[in-house]
Design a binder for this molecule. Structure first.
Ligand SMILES: O=C(O)CCC(=O)C(=O)O
Ligand SMILES: [Fe+2]
Length: 153
């Protein structure tokens, strides 16, 4: 499926913040890709939403965090759901992280895997391309809703 044909790497730098309760590090969002592999340093602040609660993902030396992204949710027809996550600001720091986003090629058609579909599990999303999905995700912005809704059948 070529889910790693278009790799993007993003480095983040979060300066220390004297009043972290007045700001955010990175807002609540899901990633647009298939999977994201995240390396965070020792500062911490990465949280995921699990059963409606924000859970700290404590940094562990040598460990990588693997997040399911929206396009994994789309191709698996919701079998794997993209993780909602955010980063809170810290008094200590700076905090540095590196995220690797695994994507397919720009014009590759991305659609629910046929073998996963059945009468009991009908197709939930229309096909798209990496370009169309990312363009839509970026134009919509991070507003607390999932870009996937736009591709629902
Ligand atoms: O800085 C982090 O730990 C997470 C960054 C993130 O969620 C992203 O780049 O999509
Ligand atoms: Fe993210």
């Amino acid at each position: 499926m070529g889910c790693g044909a278009g790799l993007a790497i993003l480095g983040h730098y979060y300066p220390p913040c004297p009043q972290p309760e007045l700001t955010i590090g990175a807002p609540d969002h899901t990633d647009y890709d298939f999977i994201t592999i995240l390396l965070q340093d020792h500062v911490g602040g990465f949280k995921i939403l699990y059963e409606n609660q924000w859970i700290d993902v404590h940094p562990k030396q040598g460990a990588l965090v693997v997040n399911a992204g929206d396009l994994l949710q789309l191709v698996t027809n919701d079998k794997f759901v993209s993780s909602r996550h955010k980063v809170v600001a810290n008094k200590v720091g700076p905090r540095v992280s590196v995220a690797s986003f695994f994507m397919s090629e720009t014009l590759q058609v991305i659609e629910p895997i046929k073998e996963l579909l059945s009468k009991d599990n009908p197709v939930k999303y229309r096909g798209t391309t990496a370009k169309e999905y990312v363009d839509y995700y970026r134009a919509k912005g991070i507003d607390g809703t999932s870009a996937l809704l736009h591709f629902k059948i």
